[in-house]
Design a protein around this ligand. Structure first.
Ligand SMILES: Nc1ncnc2c1ncn2[C@@H]1O[C@H](COP(=O)(O)OP(=O)(O)OP(=O)(O)O)[C@@H](O)[C@H]1O
Ligand SMILES: [Mg+2]
Length: 248
């Protein structure tokens, strides 16, 4: 479904993406892991069409995003649900307004239909009834779940979530991961999730992609654990200081 081939990107003189290739199948969730500053968010922004690579391709069902026209790109982005790192909701808008925004802009749903859709989506993320609250009135976990609600409200086929559990306590973090798992199964979603929640993230993905020195190393996940002999992934996952992964 998503095929990334030999992606290269230099930022401020350094090669953030040197040669990134990755394939994500329909109905598959991939955990994108890697050290801070390794380029995970940059890679997601490329897939979202917010950054252009210096070289390489990103194919979505056979359409090359890097050479697609603006209209085609817009169409493709409608199939996406995105949550960027940090930026989640508009603080000056209520939860209702935050969720209604894309529906009012991009669909022809009536006000009543929008209201119903918002109520249903909030229920799906276990946040029924928070419509009139402002983001500042919610806990961190509730904000993340609202961000997930906004990402899925347009019925996307593919979701990208940059760090859905960062800053949450372990129990809330894992309930967030369970929510993702339920969505994948129920809606046959495809997804890329950037997460430092290791090893818990392995129980809801089918594949792990580690970004290291501008390249991707992948490993399959089965029954909650990662199946690889790769020393770089193993060291990172085990969090040991000695090994091929070194920080300057
Ligand atoms: N717009 C930009 N201009 C210049 N450099 C950038 C830009 N965006 C990111 N970078 C640089 O690219 C590198 C990768 O950044 P990125 O945000 O993708 O890291 P990350 O893997 O998401 O890290 P973290 O786990 O901390 O979120 C960093 O060195 C960062 O400073
Ligand atoms: Mg990041």
């Amino acid at each position: 479904m998503i095929r990334i081939e030999n992606l290269e990107k230099k930022l401020a003189g350094s090669e953030v993406l040197r040669n990134v290739s990755l394939q994500v199948e329909k109905g598959e969730f991939v955990a994108l892991i890697g050290g801070s500053g390794s380029g995970k968010s940059v890679l997601l922004k490329h897939i979202a069409g917010l950054m252009q690579p210096d070289a390489g391709h990103i194919w979505l069902d056979g359409v090359d995003l890097c050479s697609a026209r603006k209209k085609t790109l817009e169409k493709i982005r409608r199939r996406y649900g995105f949550v960027f790192q940090g930026g989640a909701l508009f603080d000056s808008m209520t939860i209702y307004e935050n969720l209604a925004f894309p529906l009012e802009e991009k669909t022809r749903l009536s006000e009543v239909e929008i209201k119903e859709k918002i109520a249903k989506t909030l229920e799906q993320v276990e946040l029924a009834g928070v419509e009139s609250k402002y983001p500042a009135q919610l806990s961190g976990g509730m904000v993340k779940r609202t961000a997930l609600a906004r990402a899925i409200i347009m019925d996307p086929e593919i979701i990208f979530f940059d760090e859905p559990t960062t800053g949450l306590d372990p129990i809330i973090a894992d309930s967030m991961l369970k929510l993702f798992d339920a969505f994948r199964k129920r809606l046959n979603l495809t997804g890329i999730i950037v997460s430092h929640r290791i090893p818990q993230i392995f129980s809801i993905v089918q594949k792990v992609a580690m970004l290291h020195k501008g390249m991707i190393i992948t490993a399959p996940c089965e029954n909650g654990s990662i199946n690889t002999e790769n020393e770089i992934i193993r060291q990172f996952v085990e969090g040991t200081i000695e090994g091929p992964v070194q920080y300057e």
